[in-house]
Each structure stands twice: as C-alpha cells, then as structure tokens.
Design a protein around this ligand. Structure first.
Ligand code: ZN
Length: 70
C-alpha cells in the first residue's frame, strides 16, 4: 500500500493539464479528473509522467451495466 505525505500531495499537479489541477490520491494512483489520467505511485514516489499514466477507467471498476438481455 502506497503512502503519501499530504504536504507532498498538496504541491503535486497534473503534468498533462496546462492549468495544473490538483491530483486526488486513490490507493496506488494519483488521479487527475480533468484529463482522467491515473498516475502510478511506485515505492511511495508518484510517477507524474504522461507516458506512465493509465486511463482512469482502467483503475476504476466499470459502471454497473444494464442486465444482459436473454
Ligand atoms: Zn490532467
């Protein structure tokens, strides 16, 4: 389980967004809701690289879907 210093989190910002929105700590990832990227935290160090980011959908459970017909 990754740990993050709240003071560190407070100064981190999304490198992909021009207006540098704050990131939300979500378990092993830092999430930018503006561009919907999730940045991995490795060895308690946030990897704020666009090329390392994964789509937010990839780390979240898919939304509940309609029951399949038939
Ligand atoms: Zn972003």
């Amino acid at each position: 389980m990754a740990t993050l210093n709240p003071q560190l989190l407070a100064i981190l910002a999304c490198p992909a967004c021009e207006d540098r929105p704050p990131l939300e700590w979500r378990g092993a990832y830092l999430v930018c809701h503006q561009c919907r990227r999730a940045y991995p935290i490795r060895d308690d160090i946030p990897v704020l690289l666009v090329e390392e980011a994964v789509p937010l959908e990839q780390i979240e459970p898919p939304p509940p879907s309609e029951p399949a017909q038939g």
